[in-house]
Design a protein around this ligand. Structure first.
Ligand SMILES: [Zn+2]
Length: 145
C-alpha cells in the first residue's frame, strides 16, 4: 500500500458532516455509525446505519448516504467517503472516530465509483486511500478481465 495522503480541508469537513449526522441521530444499539460522501459534483450527503432486530436487514451508513445521493443526483460518482463510529454510553472515551468501511461497503463503493477515495483510520490522524487499495481482487460475476 502506498503511503496514505493527509486530509485536505474539504475532507475534514466531510468527517465533520459524518460526525454531525451520528451526533444528531445516535441511538444506542440502533444508530452508531455516521457516514458522509462527496459526489463528483461536490455535493455532500450523509447517512447513519439502520440496525434492525433481524440483523441481516441492517444497512450500513455508507449505503444510506449513497442512496440519498443517488436519489437526488443519479449516478454522480463518489469523490470521497468516510464513516465514523459513536461509542456506546458505557465507554469511557466518548470520541467519535473514523472507522474503515466494512467489506460489503468496500464492494458497494467500488461498484459506484472505482476511483472513489476513502478516509480511513491511520494512527492519530485519519488518512485518504483509494478504494482499490482497500479491495484487492474484487469480487467479479464473470471471468477476470
Ligand atoms: Zn458497511
Amino acid at each position: 500500500m502506498k503511503r496514505p495522503a493527509k486530509l485536505a480541508t474539504a475532507d475534514k469537513a466531510l468527517v465533520a458532516a459524518a460526525t454531525a449526522a451520528i451526533e444528531q441521530r445516535y441511538r444506542n444499539d440502533w444508530q452508531e455509525v455516521g457516514a458522509a460522501l462527496r459526489t463528483r459534483s461536490g455535493k455532500i450527503f450523509t447517512g447513519v446505519n439502520l440496525d434492525a432486530y433481524l440483523g441481516r436487514m441492517a444497512v450500513c451508513a455508507e449505503a444510506v448516504a449513497l442512496g440519498r445521493a443517488f436519489v437526488d443526483l443519479g449516478d454522480d460518482g463518489i469523490d470521497m467517503i468516510v464513516a465514523v463510529r459513536h461509542p456506546p454510553p458505557e465507554d469511557n472515551d466518548q470520541t467519535i472516530a473514523v472507522v474503515s468501511p466494512c467489506g460489503a461497503c468496500r464492494e458497494l463503493i467500488f461498484d459506484y465509483d472505482p476511483k472513489a477515495r476513502v478516509i480511513v483510520p491511520n494512527g492519530k490522524t485519519p488518512a485518504v486511500v483509494p478504494i482499490g487499495e482497500l479491495l484487492p481482487n474484487k469480487y467479479s460475476r464473470g471471468p477476470e478481465r
